[in-house]
Structures are given as structure tokens and as C-alpha cells.
Design a protein around this ligand. Structure first.
Ligand code: GRF
Length: 217
């Protein structure tokens, strides 16, 4: 039986596409029950429709408060009874009630080597800070922004002539490798969150998670 997942997006949805592709290729045994976006024009919704996945556009601007939006979002998600909620470029700050409800069963991908560069504009900030390397992290979602237990990271060198856009492309390519892998681990019950620490195969992961290498499966 495949594993019910809900994916939340706000934009292009290339990470969603990576999950769809790996499912279609039989590499990932998940069932994406629905894709939900807070933006009706998010291109990721088109990707979902093309793959025959139900979509919901829930405009946050139509709600009077963050709480009211998150409540409706939770209702929309829970009608599908997912075992995992995947945030894939979902550009919203979430309420504590919402994050607690999905504690240990909601993942996010953040384009930096956490704990460095939480928040926005991570690629430019990494260049400005003269970092030698930059990358991406998959983590469990906690109530604090980009601060939940890290599962997996992948890194790339920052070259002398690097721009935010060239760096973003390199990081995106890494995202499409490590996010499906973390989702696969979770769907196989290999990945858990216990008392704020991520565990893979019952071994606690370091503060920065595992650094991706091609032998990981
Ligand atoms: C990615 O860079 C991800 O790390 C960040 O938002 C972006 C989403 O890209 N959280 P996409 O919509 O999956 O193409």
C-alpha cells in the first residue's frame, strides 16, 4: 500500500515535480493525495494537474488572521489523512498550533546549510558572507522558522564568479536529489523525530543531519 502524502507549494513546484517523477519511476512509493497552494497562479498546480493529482488553491489574503488560514489549511490537509506533509517552497510562516499538529510528520526544504542563513535571499547572503560553500537542508518542521531537526544536507562550492542565480540553479539540482530521498526514508518508517532529534534507522542524526553522498539510498 502506498504512503499518503500532501505537498504544499507557493511557486514553481520543481521539488514537487521531483517527487512526482520519482513516484512515476517507481523509486518512491508514495501517493500524493493532493497539492495545496496559497497562490492560485503557482505553476506547481499545473504540474500537479498534469500528473492527475487533486489541487487546492487557498488564498491566505482571503483570511482575517494567520490562525484562520492555518485552521482552514489543516482541515483541507486532514481530509486526506496524510501520513506526511511536505512543504516544497511553501512561503508561509506557520502558527504553533499548526506545526504542533504535524509534529514529526511534516518536512521542509531550505536552501542553505542550516543553521546558516535561515529566512530569505539565502544565495545572495551566502555570496555576500564570502562563504566557500553553500547548499540545502531537509528538516523536520518545528514552531521556529527553519529551525527544526536537520535530516539531510547537500553542499556545493561557491565559485569566484558565482551569482545568486547560478548558485540557486546548482542548489536546486541538489534539492531534487535529497528531498525525494528524505521522503523515501520517511515513507519506509526509517526516519523519525523523537524529543526534537531526527533519527535514521534508530540512530540519532548530528545537529546538521547527514551530508549527502552518492552512496546514500
Ligand atoms: C526551493 O529553493 C526550496 O529550497 C525553497 O523554496 C524553493 C522552492 O522551489 N524552500 P520549487 O517551487 O520547488 O521549484
Amino acid at each position: 500500500m502506498s504512503f499518503p502524502v500532501i505537498v504544499l507549494i507557493s511557486g514553481s513546484g520543481s521539488n514537487l515535480q521531483a517527487l512526482i517523477d520519482q513516484s512515476l519511476q517507481g523509486k518512491l512509493n508514495i501517493d500524493i493525495k493532493a497539492v495545496i497552494s496559497n497562490k492560485a497562479d503557482a505553476f506547481g498546480l499545473e504540474r500537479a494537474k498534469k500528473a492527475g493529482i487533486p489541487t487546492h488553491a487557498l488564498d491566505h489574503k482571503a483570511f482575517t488572521s494567520r490562525e484562520a488560514f492555518d485552521e482552514e489549511l489543516q482541515k483541507t490537509i486532514d481530509q486526506y489523512q496524510p501520513k506526511l506533509v511536505v512543504l516544497a517552497g511553501f512561503m508561509r510562516i506557520l502558527t504553533e498550533t499548526f506545526t504542533q499538529h504535524y509534529e514529526g510528520r511534516m518536512l521542509n526544504i531550505h536552501p542553505s546549510l542550516l543553521p546558516k542563513f535561515k529566512g530569505l535571499d539565502t544565495h545572495q547572503r551566502a555570496i555576500d558572507a564570502k562563504e566557500q560553500e553553500h547548499g540545502v537542508s531537509v528538516h523536520f518542521v518545528s514552531s521556529e522558522l527553519d529551525a527544526g531537526a536537520v535530516i539531510l544536507q547537500a553542499s556545493t562550492m561557491i565559485e569566484a564568479d558565482e551569482t545568486a542565480s547560478s548558485l540557486a540553479s546548482k542548489v536546486h539540482a541538489l534539492e531534487h536529489v535529497i528531498y525525494p530521498l528524505a521522503v523515501k526514508w520517511f515513507s519506509e518508517s526509517r526516519l523519525t523525530l523523537k524529543h526534537g532529534t531526527a533519527y535514521l534507522d534508530d540512530a540519532p542524526l548530528a545537529e546538521t543531519g547527514i551530508l549527502y553522498h552518492s552512496g546514500l539510498a
